[in-house]
Design a protein around this ligand. Structure first.
Ligand SMILES: [Zn+2]
Length: 242
């Protein structure tokens, strides 16, 4: 007899909410990336820095915001400006991003400035300053942090930061910043859904080969500082293609 699993897919919104509830139950406090910088000298005993990259779907980010609202936690949502896949100022997307900011979430810039510089022949610094200005004005916010998007150009947007500091641009942090004021990747336990159908993790900056345990399974180990990166695009109600 053939058996079909009743719950074949792992990355459902409901499953993710269950993960978050388990981690809250394990005594973790969630915070944004900017709050991590501000509170780094006196962090809670168990901390999760809650990061969401919006690579493709703002609509799915709204669903994550609803989950966080039910749980009473905050996140940093990183928004792209130049994506082919979404316009952050479309009627729906502006409404959603504004609502996330109004709910107390941090909106960060998901940077593609190395790609911009290569495609447009403009200095990357100018692209960054303009993009920060645009986001501040468009959403009535003050961008405090940047996370570099990994796209399809073959260039690495993180390379921009090899010889520059976030404070040169009025920022608190870059999301992979190694300065002592951030240094989260090196000091924390990083769990990410960036492979879409499975989790991966890095222990203080080093990939843990073959460890596909979920965010909540890692939290059960009691890591004092977890850097969680999820992508809105990864989650669905019934299946990925809905
Ligand atoms: Zn991205």
């Amino acid at each position: 007899m053939n058996t079909v699993p009743t719950k074949p897919f792992r990355f459902t919104f409901a499953g993710l909410e269950t993960e978050y509830r388990a981690v809250l139950g394990a005594g973790y406090e969630f915070m944004t990336c900017a709050d991590f910088v501000r509170r780094k000298a006196r962090l809670p005993v168990r901390t999760v820095v809650n990061r969401v990259d919006i690579d493709y779907s703002v609509a799915r980010a709204e669903r994550l915001g609803e989950i966080f609202g039910r749980l009473g936690i905050k996140a940093t949502f990183f928004v792209r400006l130049h994506a082919r896949e979404y316009n952050p100022l479309s009627f729906e997307n502006y409404r959603i991003i504004r609502a996330l900011a109004d709910a107390g979430h941090e909106i960060g810039y998901h940077s593609e400035i190395v790609d911009c510089a290569a495609i447009w022949g403009e200095p990357a610094e100018d692209c960054l300053r303009r993009d920060i200005d645009l986001m501040n004005r468009a959403f009535g916010i003050r961008i405090q942090g940047v996370a570099s998007h990994g796209g399809m150009t073959g260039l690495n947007n993180l390379d921009f930061w090899a010889d520059r500091r976030p404070d040169e641009f009025g920022l608190l942090y870059e999301a992979y910043d190694r300065q002592p004021g951030f240094n989260l990747m090196q000091e924390g336990f990083y769990v990410s859904d960036s492979e879409w159908t499975r989790w991966k993790c890095y222990d203080r900056g080093r990939l843990v080969e073959g460890d596909r345990r979920s965010f909540a399974e890692h939290a059960a180990d009691g890591h004092p500082l977890i850097y969680l990166l999820i992508h809105s695009d990864t989650y669905f109600d019934r299946h990925f293609y809905e």
